[in-house]
Every structure is written in structure tokens, then in C-alpha cells.
Design a protein around this ligand. Sequence first.
Ligand code: ZN
Length: 137
Amino acid sequence: MLQVPTYKFVLGCAMDDLMQKLIDNHPAVFKGEWPRGPSWLPAGWYPLCHDLCAEIERELTMEELEHLQVTQVKEKWGSLHFYCSGPRDHDIDLVVRRAEEASESICMVCGEQGKKYTDGWHRVMCAAHERRRRDGR
Ligand SMILES: [Zn+2]
């Protein structure tokens, strides 16, 4: 667990706040509730997740949205993971998968074009943030 403080330092500590913001901005998707599984959001991926939720809202009917349950949102191995269940979850599978794939080239700190680094801990960083991380700033 030694990597956690570095990680939090690099990404800033507003990750929980951003998850709350996503929940507040998409009542149809989250119903004002946190997913059951521990969830958080790197700042750079907020716009991606915002767009994903908006697309889910467009894709599903009101009734389908009622049955939709987001169970966890998190970063894992340098990718966004957005888990949900519902009667027609396969319909949004593609939309979710596209966003998860897109996250692998979006800097987790600033949202600019980035690439995946897998040495030590997995992350997606733009050149500037990766340099800053290496310099320990
Ligand atoms: Zn960056």
C-alpha cells in the first residue's frame, strides 16, 4: 500500500469530490446514491465519465434508467472501470466499453492526451505530468 500516498499526491485529493459531482449531475443514472463498490474518479477522467453518463441517459428509456444500477466506478490498471447492472445493460455495454478504452489515452490528472505507463503502478499520464511525477513534484 506504499504507493497510495504518491498516487493521491499525483492525482490530487479531490477524487471523491468528483465522484460526488458526477452523482449529483446525473440523477437519472445514479439516483443520488453512491455505487455499492468503492468508487472514485481521477480528475482527468471526469469529462469522459460525464459524457458517458450523458450517453447512457440518451440511450436508455426512463424505465430502463430506473432499473439501471451503477455498482462501481474506479480506475484499475490504468483504465476506467464503470460497472453497472440492469435489465438491458448489454445495450450500454458498447458505450461503456468505448469510454473505458478511451480512458487509456487520457491523462488522469489533466484530461489531455496521454499514454499508459505500467512500470511499478499503472497510470495514464500526459508527457508533462509524467515528467512532473518523475521529478517528484
Ligand atoms: Zn496531464
